[in-house]
Design a binder for this molecule. Structure first.
Ligand SMILES: Nc1ncnc2c1ncn2[C@@H]1O[C@H](COP(=O)(O)OP(=O)(O)OP(=O)(O)O)[C@@H](O)[C@H]1O
Ligand SMILES: [Mg+2]
Length: 246
């Protein structure tokens, strides 16, 4: 379906979204379109409302007051900072939960192989490392072939090396499955490494919407990478030497 601009209908369409807790307005009339297959990272200070926004997109905020138009695809998956696996189910049972048994087994094994966990199907979650558990959570999301993947600091609890490996994995998985992605992160380099577009949420609004045109693989020492990092850090209120905060 074409929109009035002649473009394809976006996967996510948000108009004038307001979300409040008691007297505090967290999202104050937010607009956003995310195109099919677009990878968007969302930055913002702690408490700026990133999770509130993600939960609204995920339809997980029924108890929260708010108004606005929110259109999202039916096939969406959510990944959180903790893997949230059921400890009394095996790895493959966690991945295929709610899927029809026969089709589920095959798809589940394939998804586990894609995240590098072939052969761990019958392990219990507590037999896996944090990074492995997070890979199971990714497999559980991808097995549903989501049109939209929502991820709230999915690598925030991992050590730096594991996090870098997870970036490579997520990049590969997204190139293969092409979901639209909204990745909430505190990590500016993570955002620049992965995203097509970076938003900064501040005082209820997106104050930055930056397209990232760096070629892959993205080199952290590239001067253009550093410029984008400085611009975003300034937007986040972190004073980078040599530049004044925005
Ligand atoms: N259930 C709730 N009840 C009351 N206030 C809430 C609730 N959930 C969030 N808030 C408030 O809304 C604001 C935004 O919270 P949110 O969790 O969206 O921030 P965030 O940007 O995800 O922060 P962080 O980076 O620390 O995860 C905060 O001030 C928070 O205290
Ligand atoms: Mg949060």
């Amino acid at each position: 379906m074409a929109s009035h601009s002649g473009q394809l209908k976006p996967t996510v369409h948000v108009v004038n979204l307001v979300r409040s807790f008691a007297a505090k307005t967290v999202l104050d009339g937010v607009d956003l379109d995310i195109e099919e297959g677009e990878f968007v990272a969302l930055l913002g200070k702690s408490g700026s409302g990133k999770s509130t926004f993600l939960r609204a997109l995920a339809g997980l905020d029924h108890e929260v007051e708010g108004t606005g138009l929110l259109e999202t695809p039916k096939r969406l998956s959510v990944v959180f900072q903790d893997a949230r696996l059921l400890p009394w189910r095996t790895v493959i049972q966690n991945v295929t939960l709610g899927l029809p048994y026969d089709a589920g087994q095959e798809a589940g094994r394939k998804a586990l192989a894609e995240v590098g966990l072939e052969g761990r199907e019958t392990a219990w979650p507590n037999q896996l490392s944090g990074g492995e558990q997070q890979r199971v959570a990714l497999a559980r999301s991808l097995v549903r072939e989501p049109a939209l993947l929502l991820a709230d600091e999915p690598f925030g609890a991992l050590d730096a090396l594991t996090r870098l490996k997870m970036h490579d994995l997520l990049r590969d998985l997204c190139a293969r499955h092409r979901p639209a992605v909204l990745l909430v992160t505190h990590d500016v380099d993570e955002a620049i490494s992965l995203a097509d577009r970076i938003l900064v949420l501040h005082e209820g609004h997106f104050v930055e919407d930056l397209r990232i045109d760096l070629a892959a693989p993205r080199d952290h020492s590239d001067p253009h990478f550093s410029e984008i990092r400085t611009q975003l850090l300034n937007r986040l209120g972190v004073n980078v030497p040599g530049r004044r905060a925005a």
